[in-house]
Structure formats: C-alpha cells, structure tokens
Design a protein around this ligand. Structure first.
Ligand code: SF4
Length: 501
C-alpha cells in the first residue's frame, strides 16, 4: 500500500488576538521561584494573565527524554519535560480544547551556537508528542526591547518591568544566601524572603503603565518607585538576628546558565545541599549574564569597526546603556544596604580568561566560566568554586577542558566541577564534598589567623555584640578586608570598631 507523504512544515503558532487577552494564561519558567513570581507581576501589570510552570522535578528528565532527542543537554531535557508534564496534567484536568485555547507558552530564545538557540524546537517536539501542535508557543528575543510575537505585545514598559523583576529577584536571592547560614532562629530568612518577594510582586504589579516608548524609558530610568519598595523590604531584614561567628567556607557557584540559576531537583538541589553541609553559597545573579550579552555586542562591534556604519555613535550608545544598566542595579543594591554583591566587571572577566579561552568562543557562559573562577580566586571572594556542568553541553565541555589549564597554572584554586545528568547525584555530591572539606579547613585557618592578628577571642566579640545589638542584625554590610570568609571579615570589622587594629 502506498502511503501519503506528509511534508515538513515549520511550526507557526496561531496569533493571539487582543480579545483573547482576558481568558488566555501565559505560562513561562526556567528561573527561580522568586524571579518567576516577580515576572508574573510584570505580565499582570501589562494586562495578561500569567502563571509560572510548576517547579522542576527529577521526573521531568525522564518525561523530557520521551519527547526530545535524549542526547540533548540536560537543561533542554528538563525544561521540555517540565512543559510536557504541565500540559499532560492540564489536558487531564481541563481537556485538550481548553488547554490549546486558554494557555500560551512564552519562552526566551537567542541566536547562538548552543542549544539555547533551538530550545523552541525541543518544545515543538513536546507539542507534537502531546498531540498539541495547535497549542501556541511564542519565542521572545531577549535582545530586543519591543517586538510583536504573534499578537503578544512586548512593549518597552513590559521589557523594562521584566528587567526590574530580574534585578529584584537577584538582589533578594543574594540577601537570602548571605543571611540564612547565619540566622539564629531557623526559618526566619525564609519567612522574611517570602514577605519580601510579595512586597516586590505588589510593587511591580502596580507600577504605573506609562504609554509611549520614550516616556516609558524615561520613567523606568528616573523612577524611585522600586527603590522605595526595597527600602521597605530592608526593614524586614533588619529584624533577623544572625551569628556571624559561625565559621563557614564560602562557595561560589558557576557553570551553565540554567543549572547555576536553578534551585531544585534539576541540579541535585546543590545550593541547599551546600548550606546543609555548612557552607555559605554565593549565588549567580541573572543580571551578570545579561551584562555579558551586552558586552559581547560591544566587543564584536569593536572587532569589526571598519565594517560598522556609524561605529562611534553605536559604540557610545551601547556603552551608555551598559553604564545605565549598572547604575540602576547599584541604585537598587544601595537600597538593600549594599549587602547583595556587585556585578563583576565584564572587562576584567574577559581579561582574566583571555590566556585560556577566547571571548569569541561564544555559547553558554563562554569565557565567563573561567573569568569568574579566577576573579573570585584573585580577589578572595570565596574559598572554593563549584561549577555545574550539564551533561551533553558543548560550550561547557570546551570551557571545562580549558579550565584544566587554569588549574595547572593555579593549583591552589579549589575547584569542584560537578557534572549534572540527573541520575548520578551521589557521585557528584561526594566529589563536591571532598573539595568542600578542604575549603572548610581554609575557612577555619583564616578565622584563627585573624583572631590572632587582632588579639580578639570569640567571647570578646560576643560581649561587644551584647553592648551593640545592631551588630547582630542581618542588615549590616561587612566590608571585605581581603578574607574569603564572612566570619574572618567580621572579626576584622569588630577589631576596627574596637580600635584593636
Ligand atoms: S549552554 Fe549548554 S546546557 Fe545551556 S543551553 Fe547551551 S548547550 Fe544547553
């Protein structure tokens, strides 16, 4: 029997009509619950109904493998499986027709050599596999401020609102990880964090909608709306009591974008696990990656300046945008007492990585993986680096290979590369634990060294804290005196206050 040939047709979603805005729910995911909650607020502010996908579960990896190429990188499989699980569940509860008409999946994409440029292809396989090819999936270009994706109107107000959501999500995450390991009463950080996210959510949801591209741009640059919100949030953190004399190794998380950002079963809950093992974690802000993307545009332009029309105008415009980006991030940081970490200087990351990895080898984190490791090492920002490598990731394999040369040159750098493929948790964590043991020793040595140098004992410091109870507040910026650990820097801070050094 001769069968009929069905030709391949590229996926094209049906447009989203303006009158559908009321009943359609935009679904999205891929970040932490904090970032997603804040992005939900911005989408609601723009008049959409929005809902984050459920948190990633280990089973998403198995579900994802049923639908997409099992040789794909693990973030692609996890996120595809997550979408499939959501769709199957909704179809079961609400029926196929309701799901296809009442939900729209929005995902980010960009051009590039890695799978990030093809995530939407994987999601399309999910739609085929779940018999939902008529379900709508919109791909949003993260490098454009205004665009229209099949009726999904991405305005300046929405884009800049999302940028604030990412900034606030990053800053609150930094507050969380800097506080929780030292909290005196267990659970206080979690409680205050949830309240903070809700305050930020309301602030974003109720932000004024300023019409017009330029007016909206000006409002988002000049507004103190979010600064005020963060100042209110700061009041909540002041109430948390901490004990900074707990000696903890500081662990900087690096690696592939999705894996390092994620907080859950998709990366063996590595950040939570490290805290349970007695470490303080430095989480990676999403803002660093966006800063990297903007710098990449600048460096590429500089390299090919002879072929760029109006080169100087474009170059200084982009430099101005980057300056504005940092200015805004730092303004928000200041509202939280400068406790969240500053963004690392991109030029410096590139310079440090340069002998080992050319910046034009883009894809994934590119040269940043090496640049960040060397940056924290030389500046003593952490005792060790834990790098999360996804199984099946080409860019990461290249950076991890080059990292061997870095470690050959700087054998003192404590580096724990963890391969994440979903089913080798014990192996990965035990490997991390070996390096963590060494990091703990370094943190203790450093703490003892600073006690000796200042002539203080932990009892002296406790007594001083009793007389100055504000020192026990989580809302206190401890300057960096060249030690990696919080407790060592804290001892030096107290010694200076007591005029011992
Ligand atoms: S960087 Fe690697 S893990 Fe991330 S999307 Fe690209 S290929 Fe996949």
């Amino acid at each position: 029997m001769i069968g009929t040939t069905e030709h391949y047709r590229a996926y094209r979603p049906r447009p989203l009509k303006p009158e559908e805005k009321e009943k359609v729910t935009l679904i999205f995911g891929g970040l932490t619950w904090k970032h997603e909650r804040l992005m939900q607020a911005v989408l609601e502010n723009a008049g959409y109904r929005a809902k984050p996908l459920p948190q990633i579960k280990r089973e998403d990896l198995d579900v994802g493998k049923e639908f997409i190429d099992p040789g794909a990188c693990c973030p692609a499989i996890f996120t595809a499986g997550n979408l499939a699980r959501f769709l199957k569940d909704r179809v079961e509860k609400e029926g196929r027709e309701v799901v296809k008409d009442n939900y729209v999946f929005v995902t980010a994409g960009a051009c590039g050599p890695c799978r990030f440029g093809q995530y939407h292809e994987s999601y399309e396989r999910v739609l085929e596999g779940t018999d939902l090819r008529d379900f709508r999936l919109f791909l949003v270009d993260i490098l454009k401020m205004e665009q229209e994706e099949g009726g999904l109107e991405i305005t300046t107000s929405l884009t800049l609102g999302l940028l604030y959501a990412v900034f606030m999500g990053d800053l609150l995450t930094d507050m969380e990880y800097a506080t929780r390991p030292y909290e005196v009463k267990e659970g206080n950080t979690e409680r205050v964090l949830k309240e903070s996210v809700e305050l930020a959510y309301e602030s974003l949801r109720k932000k004024p909608v300023v019409e017009g591209k330029w007016k909206s741009l000006a409002w988002h640059i000049l507004t103190s709306h979010f600064v005020k919100t963060l100042r209110d949030i700061a009041e909540l953190w002041k109430e948390i009591e901490v004990d900074r004399l707990r000696v903890k190794p500081k662990v900087k998380i690096t690696g592939e974008f999705w894996l390092q950002t994620h907080e859950g079963e998709g990366n063996y809950r590595i950040k939570q696990w490290l805290e349970e093992e007695g470490a303080e974690v430095i989480p990676p802000p999403i803002a660093v990656w966006m800063d990297y993307l903007m710098h990449m545009e600048l460096w590429k332009m500089e390299e090919s300046k002879d072929f760029v029309k109006r080169y100087y105008l474009k170059k200084y415009l982009l430099k101005f945008l980057i300056w504005l980006y940092h200015l805004t991030y730092n303004r928000l940081r200041r509202s939280l007492g400068n406790i969240p970490n500053p963004l690392p200087p991109q030029e410096e990351l590139k310079r440090l990585a340069d002998p080992f990895f050319h910046f034009r080898l883009a894809g994934g984190e590119g040269h940043m993986l090496i640049g960040k490791a060397l940056y924290v090492y030389f500046n003593k920002h952490a005792h060790m680096v834990c790098e999360l490598s996804p199984y099946g990731c080409l860019p990461n394999t290249m950076s991890a290979g080059a990292m061997q040369a870095v470690l050959g040159k700087y054998p003192d750098l404590l580096y724990a590369p963890i391969e994440i493929k979903g089913d080798a948790e014990v192996h990965a964590l035990s490997r991390c634990q070996m390096i963590l043991t060494e990091a703990k020793k370094r943190a203790t040595l450093e703490f003892e060294e600073v006690l000796e140098k200042t002539g203080l004992t932990p009892e002296d410091i406790k007594n001083y804290e009793e007389e100055n109870t504000n020192l026990k507040s989580a809302f206190l910026k401890i300057p960096h005196y060249g030690y990696a650990g919080t407790s060592a820097n804290y001892v030096m801070y107290i010694a200076k206050k007591m005029r011992r050094v």
